[in-house]
Design a protein around this ligand. Structure first.
Ligand code: ZN
Length: 279
């Protein structure tokens, strides 16, 4: 049995240690994700208890008084039902300011939501963009990129087009990097579309992380940082593929514009992408 419990014990009220720095906040998220990922590894068994302060759930000592909003992290994730951000990071109520939109794309609403958290919630220590493998929004962008004629059918659907258009630059860059590294014949490999999809997801998430860092640059300091990571649906780890590990857990600082090409090279030559390509 696998059990994940939010626990309020009135005899031992949760005393949540608020992270004092961005580094501490990222560490808390990473530790929570490792705990979530580890559930079930022991032969399908595991239990994880997340202590909750009654006040965070609205059970304040004074009836009728709403709790203050005191998250330590703002997360921009995908709307995908398989990526519930609080569960993925083993967080409690009032820990995460969660913004979810298909493809974790930046638009007026998602950036405006993060802006609200940055300017109004002084407990905020971390902002993270969290993509995920097998993303349907990235797949829609990839499908129209690989079959441009299909874009005509999409063109009149303005809301969906906005999401596809936002992800397409990452798809194009990932495709070019795969062809540059493995040759044009890489497109004939059975796993090409899976590899292109997840390389696109990783790059799209990194680009969004870099954009968020630039948008909120004036607010960033030791007490508020920006990072990104990709949730691997198979391992349940938030991290990145690299040359040594299938999926290296952890949240990372987004690559800047001058580092993007090198970062993408690391992604397309990673253990994970090579496995998908069967190279
Ligand atoms: Zn998605």
């Amino acid at each position: 049995m696998i059990e994940i419990t939010w626990q309020y014990d009135p005899d031992a009220p949760a005393r949540r240690a608020e992270p004092a720095t961005a580094e501490e906040a990222f560490f808390s998220l990473q530790r929570g994700n490792r705990a979530f990922a580890d559930l079930g590894r022991d032969g399908g068994h595991g239990r994880y208890v997340i202590p909750v302060a009654a006040e965070e759930l609205g059970f304040g000592q004074v009836p009728g008084i709403a709790p203050l909003q005191t998250p330590s992290a703002a997360l921009l994730g995908c709307a995908d039902a398989r990526v519930p951000l609080e569960l993925v990071f083993s967080q409690s109520a009032n820990d995460v300011f969660a913004v979810r939109v298909a493809g974790n794309v930046l638009d007026g609403a998602s950036v405006g939501s993060i802006d609200f958290a940055v300017t109004n919630l002084p407990t905020l220590r971390a902002i993270a963009v969290v993509g995920h493998t097998g993303c349907g929004a990235a797949r829609a962008a990839m499908d129209t990129y690989l079959d441009p004629a299909s874009y005509v059918g999409l063109s009149a659907n303005l809301p969906l087009r906005g999401i596809v258009d936002a992800v397409t630059p990452a798809v194009r860059a990932a495709d070019m990097a795969l062809r540059a590294h493995y040759g044009a014949s890489v497109v004939d490999r059975p796993g090409f579309s899976d590899a292109l999809l997840d390389a696109s997801v990783v790059l799209n998430t990194a680009i969004a992380g870099d954009a968020v860092r630039r948008i909120f640059a004036d607010h960033l300091h030791e007490g508020l940082g920006v990072a990104f990571g990709v949730y691997d649906l198979a391992s349940r780890l938030v991290g990145l593929p690299n040359q040594h590990d299938e999926w290296r857990p952890g949240l990372s600082s987004p690559p800047g514009p001058d580092e993007t090409a090198g970062f993408l090279e690391q992604v397309v030559t990673s253990v994970y992408i090579r496995r998908l390509l069967e190279i």
